[in-house]
Design a protein around this ligand. Structure first.
Ligand code: CA
Length: 145
């Protein structure tokens, strides 16, 4: 094998590794839900959706391996503009079906002002609803595809 071919293979392997590690980007700034949504959009990414247990495990891994240690983290889940008050993922318009992950007693729409969905790190990354306009939390953007 020539040196050139060998180098090419190494470079290819490194880029595959890098591609596999991509997919999510933690944003360390705390923002309101809408600002978080728009921030990801501005980078041609999406505010993270947690459609399944498998996806949750993936996201928790990103959170833990990067040492994000704030209690609450936004997801794209919301029931703003929902005709039946059901939660949907704003980035894909798909209804939330992973409802077994809501924390006990949630969503409670506390004070009638909670319409956006967070992960609660203190409650094993279960869902809670929070105030979209007032609360500011860290968040994760994900690649669109
Ligand atoms: Ca709540």
């Amino acid at each position: 094998m020539t040196m050139k071919l060998c180098l090419l293979m190494i470079v290819t392997l490194i880029s595959i590794e890098f591609a596999a590690a991509k997919g999510y980007s933690i944003v360390w700034e705390k923002k309101t839900w809408l600002d978080a949504y728009n921030y990801c959009d501005g980078y041609n990414m999406r505010l993270v959706s947690i459609e399944s247990r498998r996806k949750l495990d993936e996201v928790v891994d990103v959170i833990q391996s990067n040492g994000l240690n704030t209690r609450y983290i936004w997801t794209s889940g919301t029931n703003l503009d929902s005709y039946n008050e059901k939660y949907f993922w704003a980035t894909t318009n798909k209804e939330v079906t992973f409802n077994e992950n809501w924390a006990n007693g949630q969503p409670d729409n506390y004070g009638g002002q909670q319409n956006c969905m967070i992960l609660d790190r203190y409650r094993n990354y279960q869902f809670d609803d929070a105030n979209c306009y007032i609360n500011k939390f860290n968040f994760i953007c994900e690649e669109k595809y």
